[in-house]
Design a protein around this ligand. Structure first.
Ligand code: OGA
Ligand code: MN
Length: 294
């Protein structure tokens, strides 16, 4: 096994060549991917062409699978994918482009705000694995931000200020920012807000990150306007070009990001014209090989 690693940005992000996850998911390969994730936080593995079963098998080696709680469907709409696969597409259950008024479009809109996956869930989400099955000929790139580098560059006074602060994170907050409303009581009850610290230490690397996301509604104990202004200011700082890059997809690519130390966002494409079929698996807890060794 020879894995070639090419950086995608000066601070973070790498492209890994020489990994063939369809046929080799052995411990050295998975450990090499995780070691690269510790350094680069976002790893693109081009040309994997994984099936759903293969994507699930790869993901299960990196942690425990979480299930999609609510893809924004109405009660009469069937899911296009099984619940371990988050449907990040613009497609309906018949694999056709979503109707203009379909509520599921709202969820794709809020993916275009900078966020970390599932920060509105108490359990710590580790990796997301996004597989590009069908990608549009233009647009639809995914943006990433390095929250470790952002933390490192914060003025010392800001680091001290945020050290013990906590934010409330709610999926309904980010959905509302994109015009979402009339959420059902059963949907809201299934995903109540949670509290997250503003500074997190990565358990594998020991590096600190600032925790921001469009799901963060307010800082606990702060007046609403001050809290909003400070969060907006931090978000603007964190998403400056020196901390971000955009990944241009080809069909078959697998991109893995670490939600503990990055943010990401989707971008526009002609979603009434082109199909974009992206399937995400999301894990928590330690990788299988690491557990066996412990
Ligand atoms: C996701 C996500 C952005 C994109 O899969 O969690 O936010 O570009 N995706 O599809
Ligand atoms: Mn996401």
């Amino acid at each position: 096994m020879t894995i070639a690693i090419a950086p995608l940005h000066t601070l973070f992000g790498a492209r890994l060549d020489g990994v063939h996850l369809k046929r080799d998911r052995s411990e050295p390969v998975m450990a090499a991917i995780e070691a690269a994730m510790d350094i680069y936080a976002v790893c693109a593995l081009p040309g994997q062409n994984l099936s759903d079963d293969e994507q699930l098998a790869v993901s299960e080696l990196l942690g425990d699978l979480s299930r999609a709680l609510n893809p924004g469907r109405s009660k009469t709409q069937a899911a296009r994918l099984r619940s371990e696969l988050y449907d990040i597409s613009n497609l309906d259950e018949n694999h056709g482009i979503l109707a203009e008024q379909d509520r599921r479009r709202q969820w794709r809109e809020s993916d275009k705000l900078w966020h970390t996956d599932r920060s509105f869930i108490a359990a710590e989400t580790t990796y997301s694995l996004l597989s590009g099955r069908l990608v549009p000929p233009e647009g639809g790139d995914t943006g990433f931000a390095d929250m470790r580098a952002v933390y490192d560059d914060l003025p010392e006074a800001t680091k001290r200020k945020i050290e013990n602060l906590h934010c409330e994170h709610s999926v309904w907050h980010s959905r509302a920012l994109c015009g979402g409303k009339d959420f059902r009581a059963d949907e809201i009850a299934a995903m109540p807000p949670v509290v997250q610290p503003m500074v997190r230490v990565h358990p594998r690397t020991g590096r600190k990150s600032i925790v921001l996301a469009s799901h963060a509604s307010h800082i606990l104990g702060w007046p609403a306007d001050e809290s909003r202004a400070f969060l907006d200011e931090l978000m603007a700082f964190a998403t400056q070009p020196q901390y971000t890059f955009y990944y241009r997809w080809s069909a078959g690519d697998l991109v893995i990001w670490d939600n503990r130390c990055t943010m990401h966002r989707g971008t526009q494409f002609d979603d009434k014209m082109y199909k974009r079929d992206m399937r995400r698996t999301t894990v928590q807890g330690a990788a299988k090989y690491a557990r066996a060794a412990a």
